[in-house]
Design a protein around this ligand. Structure first.
Ligand code: COA
Length: 257
């Protein structure tokens, strides 16, 4: 399926959402955010077992929220704009299956925030990432003040947000922003393989693992541990639990749903 600036492609049960606005380095304007929301909803409706988010072309993942669009927004308009960006980031974060940002170039401001909302981030060597909003006279508005410190720690997040630092891929990986940095020409294959490995795992357990990890950010530790305990127990009796354990006991490969 495709929209004017967004494509949704499938490789078996892996959905890939590609932002494609070459004239603006894939910066996010309103129609693009709306199309992303629809593409993510479509991938959820078709029960994708992993979702990849990336940018078209060689130089940009997503160069940020569209600055030309934001230039003259009123406070009320900026509020709706923030709501829209948050809704897309939330859709990635709460997507039932794991999401992977394939960061193939510039990922600034809102682009960095979309990568932060994904579960995993793999970057090409030429990727550059940062929350650069301070240099536009604003702050991150699509979740980075909450999601960035959790990944890189409070000190590094403050430095990045206060200074608008643009980190090359290696520095970002050292800071904990990227799980893996690979040569540019290998990014697509590496991400395809990672997504396929995730998609081949037991899907109910995978969804439950993601929910439990996400819940740990929302709830006090004791409630999150209680949630994990119940989520763990809920998997007993599922096809995949019986199959996974029976296959182990019978010393054969499991056949998951
Ligand atoms: N919003 C709107 N347009 C953007 C954009 C953004 N976030 N980022 C890039 N573009 C546009 C540029 O205006 C330019 O359009 P034009 O050809 O019509 O003039 C086009 O994309 C190419 O960008 P350009 O700056 O010429 O490319 P470059 O290779 O010299 O620099 C960047 C690339 C990404 C380093 C630079 O564009 C940049 O710093 N962008 C802003 C990043 C940012 O602050 N994002 C946070 C927003 S919340």
């Amino acid at each position: 399926m495709s929209w004017e600036t967004v494509q949704l492609d499938w490789n078996d049960a892996v959905a890939t959402v590609t932002v494609d606005r070459p004239d603006a380095l894939n910066a996010l304007n309103e129609p693009t955010l709306e199309a992303m929301a629809e593409a993510i909803a479509e991938a959820e409706a078709k029960e994708a077992r992993a979702l990849v988010l990336t940018g078209a072309g060689d130089s940009a993942f997503i160069a940020g929220a569209d600055i030309a669009h934001m230039q003259d927004l009123s406070v009320a308009e900026a509020q709706s704009w923030g709501d829209l960006g948050h809704a897309v980031a939330d859709a990635l974060e709460s997507f039932p299956a794991p999401t992977i940002a394939a960061v193939n170039g510039y990922a600034f401001g809102g682009g960095c925030e979309m990568a932060l909302a994904c579960d995993l981030r793999v970057a090409s060597e030429s990727a550059v990432i940062g929350n650069t909003e301070i240099d536009l006279g604003i702050i991150p508005g699509w979740g980075a003040t909450q999601r960035l410190p959790r990944l890189v720690g409070a000190e590094t997040a403050r430095r990045m947000i206060f200074l608008g630092e643009r980190l090359d891929a290696e520095s970002a990986a050292e800071a904990g922003l990227f799980g893996e940095v690979v040569p540019d020409e290998e990014l697509e294959d590496v991400v395809d393989e990672l997504a396929s490995r995730i998609a081949a795992k037991p899907s109910v357990a995978m969804r439950t693992a993601k929910q439990s990890l996400n819940y740990s950010h929302e709830a006090p530790r004791s409630a999150a541990l209680e949630y994990e305990k119940r989520a763990f127990a809920s998997l007993f009796g599922t096809h995949d639990q019986r199959e996974g354990m029976t296959a182990f006991v019978e010393d054969r490969e499991p056949e998951f749903e």
